[in-house]
Write a protein that binds this ligand. Structure first.
Ligand SMILES: [Zn+2]
Length: 288
């Protein structure tokens, strides 16, 4: 998976990305390094901090001159040039109905697109198809803008791999648990996996998505566990998940987990290091 992601950034696969990195950094440069440097300069220029990356200032600095908040829209965001030149600026459309953390990630993602307009105008200012590698790079750049590697490396080294730490980092950087988890894994700082469960109409817990692993239709071997986790402020333990790829044939997975309800979802962090009982006294978590 990680190899596939790494390979997918190969500049040679995209003329646009190839030209971007060549012009921004020099022939053969790694497009991620180019974007990382540009983002780092932008953060410094607008005075970004961990708590406040100054997204609005960054947007203005990158010539995003108009912002349109849409109420009924099936997309998260879109960037449109206002003219035929970078200097003429852009209009950013944002879906106002999405959670604020998701909107911030979209804003940072769209800021990254402005670099491609600046460095490769002959492609970007003409009608063109969406470039999958550019999109992935903009996600990488958005993560770097909101959760800079040097800062996250330092902060994550000071905490244990646990749900409490994950939610602490989420609050520090103002991102979603999904985005933080992806970033921690991408930087190989954490090895755990995040399962996000939601309840269906009958109240049963259904796996919505998995960050860090392929999403398979896992079910709890004991439905009482997510029920208890849903009702408790903290819940840790060990159990196994199961799913039936074909009739009469079951897969099982043993997990040590640390669970926390967040709004309408049950977040479950699992991995070798996550279920140790909290060291501080007075923890309300239950171990079974
Ligand atoms: Zn995009």
């Amino acid at each position: 998976m990680e190899t596939a992601v790494a390979n997918s950034f190969k500049a040679a696969d995209s003329r646009l990305v190839n030209l971007f990195s060549e012009r921004a950094e020099g022939a053969g440069a790694d497009p991620r390094k180019c974007l990382k440097r540009l983002i780092s300069e932008l953060r410094r220029h607008v005075g970004s901090t961990e708590k406040n990356p100054q997204l609005e200032k960054a947007q203005a600095e990158r010539k995003i001159l108009q912002i349109d908040y849409k109420v009924h829209w099936d997309r998260d965001g879109a960037l449109e040039p206002l003219g035929n030149l970078f200097e003429q600026g852009f209009k950013l459309s944002l879906n106002s109905r999405v959670p604020v953390t998701r909107m911030r990630f979209t804003q940072a993602h769209e800021v990254c697109h402005t670099f491609f307009y600046q460095y490769v105008p002959e492609i970007k200012f003409r009608p063109h198809r969406e470039d999958a590698i550019e999109e992935r790079l903009c996600n990488f750049g958005a993560a770097e803008f909101l959760m800079p590697e040097h800062s996250l490396r330092r902060r994550s080294s000071q905490v244990a791999e646990s749900m409490e730490s994950l939610l602490g980092l989420v609050a520090t950087y103002g991102v979603s648990a999904d985005a933080m988890m992806s970033r921690l894994r991408e930087l190989r700082l954490w090895k755990s996996v995040l399962h996000v469960w939601c309840r269906d109409k009958t109240g049963q817990f259904v796996l919505n998505r998995v960050i860090g692993e392929k999403t398979l239709p896992w079910k709890w071997s004991d439905e009482k566990i997510p029920e208890r986790a849903w009702m408790s402020p903290e819940y840790r333990g060990s159990t196994y998940l199961q799913y039936e790829p074909e009739r009469g044939f079951r897969h099982f997975k043993s997990i040590s987990f640390d669970a926390r309800r967040q709004g309408g979802a049950l977040l479950v962090l699992s991995g070798a290091n996550v279920a140790a009982p909290a060291k501080r006294s007075g923890s309300r978590g239950r171990l079974f």
